[in-house]
Design a protein around this ligand. Structure first.
Ligand code: NAP
Length: 257
């Protein structure tokens, strides 16, 4: 049987470790028949190149800092060195300074750090989508990752505000890229033990209560369910869905207590 993503060309931005949600998205996309490119930035690029060898097929690794206009301008040519266009783009990127913005520092968070968190974690969905749009055609799909920004959480603080911005950005992108036939959706995942999550002081409080309250239970060491949902949204099986947020959280979001 043909895979769900047979013949699709997909860029997964934001792969550092084999715990990264992006890594598992790349893995499942390859298992489902996609040709995958991955990207990361700066110091961690060497780690990403080593980790790439652990995927079923070693993918090209592109350098992309989503706050760097030169990287964004060069992205289409860098992609074309490997594939002649893109059918899917995954935004698996976030950053907020854990020293100043996270873990109970909400009332003191300084603006330059908040601005950086919003630029890297929310605005960059727009930057990445616009950079990739010329490579995409009707049926294309952009998928990002959020952590439910409709409520306030312990420890998440300014990253929660950045995620609210990301969720809104995805809806405006859905509006503006819809006429080109490009869908833009998010997956709202429960807490997962990744580098980004480990950097949030106190995030483990959330991890513990999640598995108790989620009706399906929740394994915070299994990126698979989240990555599968991303791949489903990249596929042709959600052709009329855009501006949507799909929860992959064991059902936690639907429970009142
Ligand atoms: P991760 O492995 O740390 O991935 C985050 C990625 O963002 C890293 O590859 C990081 O690179 C990259 N990044 C940071 N700043 C960047 C920049 N300026 N340009 C390009 N890339 C940049 O953690 P993850 O948990 O898989 O995170 C992926 C996405 O899932 C994020 O949007 C996160 O908020 C979201 N999410 C995570 C959870 C969770 O509990 N883990 C839950 C819901 C949603 P470096 O490692 O080099 O900094």
């Amino acid at each position: 049987m043909a895979g769900l993503l047979e013949g699709k060309r997909i860029l997964v931005a934001g792969v550092t470790m084999d715990s990264s949600i992006g890594f598992h998205t790349a893995r499942i996309a390859q298992e489902q028949g996609a040709t995958v490119l991955i990207s990361n930035f700066g110091r961690a690029l060497g780690i990403t190149r080593r980790i790439a060898k652990r995927l079923p097929v070693e993918p090209p690794v592109l350098e992309l800092d989503v706050t760097d206009d030169e990287h964004l301008a060069a992205l289409p040519d860098a992609v074309r060195e490997h594939v002649d266009g893109l059918d899917g783009v995954v935004h698996s990127i976030a950053f907020g300074n854990p020293e100043t913005l996270l873990g109970g520092k909400f009332l003191d968070g300084p603006w330059p750090d908040v601005a950086q968190a919003v630029q890297v974690s929310a605005y960059s969905l727009k930057s990445l989508s616009v950079a990739c749009a010329p490579l995409m055609s009707e049926g294309g799909s952009v998928v990002g990752l959020t952590f439910d920004a409709t409520v306030a959480w312990p420890a998440y603080d300014w990253m929660g505000v950045a995620k609210a911005g990301l969720e809104s950005t995805s809806r405006y992108l859905a509006r503006d890229l819809g006429p080109q036939g490009i869908r833009v959706n998010l997956v709202s995942a429960g807490p997962l033990k990744t580098l980004a999550a480990k950097a949030i002081p106190g995030f483990e409080q959330l991890e513990n209560m999640w598995s108790d309250r989620a009706p399906l239970g929740w394994d915070n060491t299994d990126q698979g369910p989240t990555a599968k949902a991303v791949c489903a949204l990249l596929s042709d099986f959600f052709p009329a869905t855009t501006g949507e947020i799909v929860h992959v959280d064991g059902g936690f979001h639907a429970m009142g207590a």
